[in-house]
Ligand binder design. Structure first.
Ligand code: NAI
Ligand code: MG
Length: 345
């Protein structure tokens, strides 16, 4: 059956431009010949902001709704005040499209050096809640700029929001060989949100008798990420804890150049968005030094999400093979070419 994928491409700033070009190369190589890829590129990020002051124009948001998925490079530039593009573009998209599942695999590929001693076997996935917690912008300041300044940043947690991410995490655990799910929170101190998360985790767990469960406080989880990463299979956690833990996950699995992510709306009501975890890396932008592998692995997640499981596995296998044989330094496009060749080969 022939099919068309409408893909919105937001290369963004800095190395975002460079890595997205390679991601698209590999995506084109991976798709079956009866699938047509229709890309629409959106110039969002620092350039648009400087030109018009806008971060995500309403007309663009409307157009994006009609796409099947979004591939994003990275957003951010030293010339734009911190927070403007993050809140005005990235977070706005995640909230507008109800990307409540933020998926970040932590996998140590063969031949990739982990800063951890020994030869750890790391293969887990963090399911981070994407639309609640302290990231909702529920806060404010009072007496700003005075010694009596007050600032609040309220963490919002709903039973509905927790239940849907927890159920998604159980399903993912159920589908994996080890069938293990760890809840990470801080329910001994953040008792209000923590008890709600814990109760719902236990309730939903009754529907998944085959899944083994575990609970860790977030501080303990950071220790085990380093001392015993093998113990994790699927992890479910709130928006802030997940943000921090997944950067640590990227560090122990060979670095930010390999870390992929998906902002997923499982209902399909809105397009899901796939992006490398890293930022725009202004320090190496424009030099062809960026590793496009994180973007290519994000493309694999995109394929999986759109129902191309075989093609997704082929892209991941290409990355694994490329990493195994990797020697010397290659440019961004040389890595992209090599991966695309393996996928088509
Ligand atoms: P960063 O991830 O851009 O860079 C951190 C370090 O990792 C830099 O030394 C960089 O050269 C290196 N690096 C990152 N990606 C790499 C790759 N693919 N290959 C090789 N080396 C790589 O984080 P940083 O420097 O904190 O932020 C730079 C800008 O990116 C900021 O404006 C920040 O707000 C933005 N940012 C955007 C994100 C997004 O669009 N989702 C996520 C994180 C940061
Ligand atoms: Mg982060």
């Amino acid at each position: 059956m022939s099919r068309t994928i409408r893909l919105a491409v937001i290369p963004g700033d800095g190395i975002g431009q460079e890595v997205v070009a390679e991601g698209l190369k590999v995506l084109r190589a991976a798709l079956p010949t009866d699938t047509k890829l229709e890309t629409t590129e959106y110039d969002l990020g620092a350039r648009l902001y400087h030109r018009t002051g806008e971060t995500l124009p309403d007309a663009v948001l409307e157009e994006l709704k009609g796409q099947d998925a979004i591939l994003l490079g990275a957003i951010g530039d030293p010339s734009v005040p911190s927070g403007v593009l993050e809140r005005g573009l990235l977070l706005k998209l995640r909230f507008a499209f109800d990307h409540h599942i933020n998926l970040r695999p932590g996998k140590l590929f063969p031949n990739v050096k982990s800063p951890l001693a020994g030869d750890p076997q790391i293969d887990f996935v963090v399911v981070r809640e994407g639309t609640e917690g302290p990231y909702v912008g529920n806060g404010g300041t009072l007496r700003t700029g005075t010694p009596q300044e007050v600032a609040t940043e309220v963490s919002l947690n709903t039973a509905f929001g927790i239940e849907r991410v927890v159920r998604d995490a159980y399903r993912r655990a159920q589908a994996r060989p080890r069938k293990k799910l760890t809840l990470v929170h801080k329910n001994n101190v953040l008792v209000h949100a923590g008890h709600l998360w814990t109760r719902i985790f236990e309730q939903v767990g009754r529907e998944f008798p085959e899944v083994t469960t575990d609970y860790l406080h977030v501080d303990a989880a950071t220790i085990f990420f380093v001392t015993q990463p093998e113990r994790f299979d699927v992890i479910v956690t709130d928006n802030l804890f997940g943000d921090i833990l997944t950067d640590l996950a990227a560090a122990v699995t060979g670095g930010i150049g390999l870390a992929a992510s998906g902002n997923i709306n499982p209902s399909g009501d809105f397009p899901s968005m796939f992006e490398p975890v890293h930022g725009s890396a202004p320090d190496i932008a424009g030099q062809g030094k960026a590793d496009p592998t994180a973007t290519v692995l994000s493309v694999a997640m995109l394929l999986e999400h759109l129902g191309y499981a075989v093609e997704a596995a082929a892209v991941e296998a290409a990355v694994a093979a490329d990493l195994t044989e990797r020697t010397g330094t290659r440019s961004t496009s040389e890595v992209g070419d090599a991966l695309a060749a393996r996928v088509s080969g």
